[in-house]
Design a protein around this ligand. Structure first.
Ligand code: ATP
Length: 443
């Protein structure tokens, strides 16, 4: 990096409310403005960083964003001021008064290691604001242009997503006019294009339910989002869609979506409310079907811990045949019931060992044929040679079944972070990636 330039890592979060705005849309506005007004070089695609999906304050998918740019040193202050002003005016336009706690954080130069730790915690655990204050005390090159708020947690965590971890991409297109909640995108064209690009894209179309998944349903400015492995493919995909409403433009994000990075291995004694995890257990109860079709299974006695398989995930039909003692790995996030018992909302389950016990009648000791029951409490009889006995008992057979089988939430119920089956084997180590041409477009 030459002496005239400086690298800025800029994090945003919580710049949306229930009915207005969206953090990625704000980022799209900022990027357009930066490209127009200053000599800015993007050293990576804007990062769309999903954080812990079980955090209660999230509006939708707990997404935060980081920009990584190189700018002339003498523009640093100007850029920060520009973004602060844009943020203030974006949030003040909310008709429902907001209710958000926007966060804006800037790291000048290299990202300190401690922010990577914060990212991992914000991805897999609950982060208290005091934890963040302690982190901030250790970081010298941090600027908080609008001070400390809850949104700073996500903003700093997004900046901290720098490790060599797996990544994917999402092209998000924005509406020209927010005209109701339904989007005018031709479903058949989505299906056709999605089939064409096959394994380069994921979670854009639900073939089982015949539903397109790229369009949201709220009043936010997002028209659609297409997920995949390669920015170039996403741009082609988008251009081939039939869209019948006004478009503002699109931008490609690099993301931790679809990577399972939140599902970290933990021991049973590390289970806490709001943590995400994979935990290896031996089942303590048979599956119990609740009213409505959800299934609950006890996985620890002391302290009591349950796992719940919600009907809409389609997991209940897969886990019905589990039994006490089955060895499984359960992955998901921990919630707390009103009686303070912890329960894991299951996203994935891997069967390590499922022992089935069968019983069958004994073999006749005289002629070798399998015997039949001679009646209640009357022992067994042999149909071939007529031998009868009360001294033999049934044979017990143990069979190990379903070893290595895994069951995953259906595509409609998947969290943004959940790795879909078609991504297995496609994992890679990503670092900052210089954007290709046409990564951003505005009408
Ligand atoms: P959108 O997807 O529209 O951006 P969202 O679902 O991402 O909305 P936010 O409005 O960003 O939700 O709200 C999430 C809030 O929770 C932010 O203020 C963020 O800083 C905070 N947060 C995120 N992860 C954690 C965590 N692990 N612990 C505590 N707070 C968190």
């Amino acid at each position: 990096m030459n002496d005239w330039r400086v690298t800025l890592h800029i994090g945003f979060d919580d710049i949306d409310s229930q009915f207005n705005g969206c953090t990625t849309h704000f980022t799209y506005n900022v990027v357009r403005e930066l490209l127009k007004s200053v000599d800015v070089e993007f050293i990576d695609y804007p990062n769309l960083v999903r954080l812990n999906p079980s955090i209660p304050f999230k509006t939708r998918g707990n997404g935060a964003v980081a920009l990584r740019i190189s700018v002339p040193k003498d523009c640093e202050e100007l850029i920060i001021k520009l973004i602060r002003n844009m943020l203030e005016s974006y949030v003040s336009s909310y008709e429902d008064g907001g209710g958000c706690e926007p966060g804006l954080a800037v790291i000048v130069g290299d990202v300190p290691e401690i922010l990577n730790k914060l990212y991992v915690k914000a991805l897999t655990d609950y982060v208290h604001i005091d934890y963040v204050r302690n982190v901030m005390n250790e970081v010298r090159n941090l600027i908080l242009p609008i001070g400390i708020s809850r949104g700073v947690i996500g903003a700093l965590a997004a900046i901290g997503w720098t490790q060599n971890s797996d990544c994917t991409y999402e092209l998000i297109a924005y509406r020209g006019l927010i005209n109701g909640s339904s989007r005018c995108v031709d479903k058949e064209s989505v299906k056709e294009v999605d089939l064409k690009y096959g394994d380069y894209v994921f979670n854009n179309y639900d073939y089982e339910g015949d539903v397109m998944l790229i369009t949201p349903h709220g009043y936010d400015p997002v028209l659609l989002g297409i997920r995949g492995e390669d920015p170039e493919v996403l741009i082609k995909y988008f251009k081939e869609l039939k869209i019948c409403e006004d478009l503002s433009g699109y931008m490609v994000f690099r993301s931790n979506q679809g990577t399972d990075s939140h599902l970290i291995k933990r021991d049973l004694d590390e289970v806490r409310t709001y943590r995400t995890l994979c935990v290896e257990v031996s089942l303590k109860s048979k599956p119990t079907i609740l009213r409505g079709g959800d299934i609950i299974v006890k996985i620890n006695d002391n302290p009591p811990l349950y796992s719940i398989f919600y009907k809409e995930t389609s997991l209940p039909r897969e886990v019905r045949k589990l039994n006490i003692g089955d060895e499984v790995i359960i992955c998901g996030s921990v919630k707390q019931w009103s009686d303070l018992t912890n329960v894991i909302n299951v996203e994935k389950i891997f069967v390590k060992e499922r022992i089935r016990i069968y019983e069958r009648n004994p073999i006749c000791p005289h002629c070798g044929k399998r015997m039949t029951s001679a009646g209640t409490n009357k022992g067994f009889k042999c149909k071939r040679c007529g031998f009868r006995t009360k001294d033999l008992s049934k044979e017990v057979i143990k069979v190990v079944e379903d070893v290595g089988k895994s069951y995953i939430t259906n595509i409609r119920a998947m969290k943004h972070l959940t790795k879909p089956p078609r991504r297995y084997g496609r994992e890679r180590r990503c670092n900052f990636v210089k954007p290709i041409n046409h990564w951003i477009y505005s009408v």
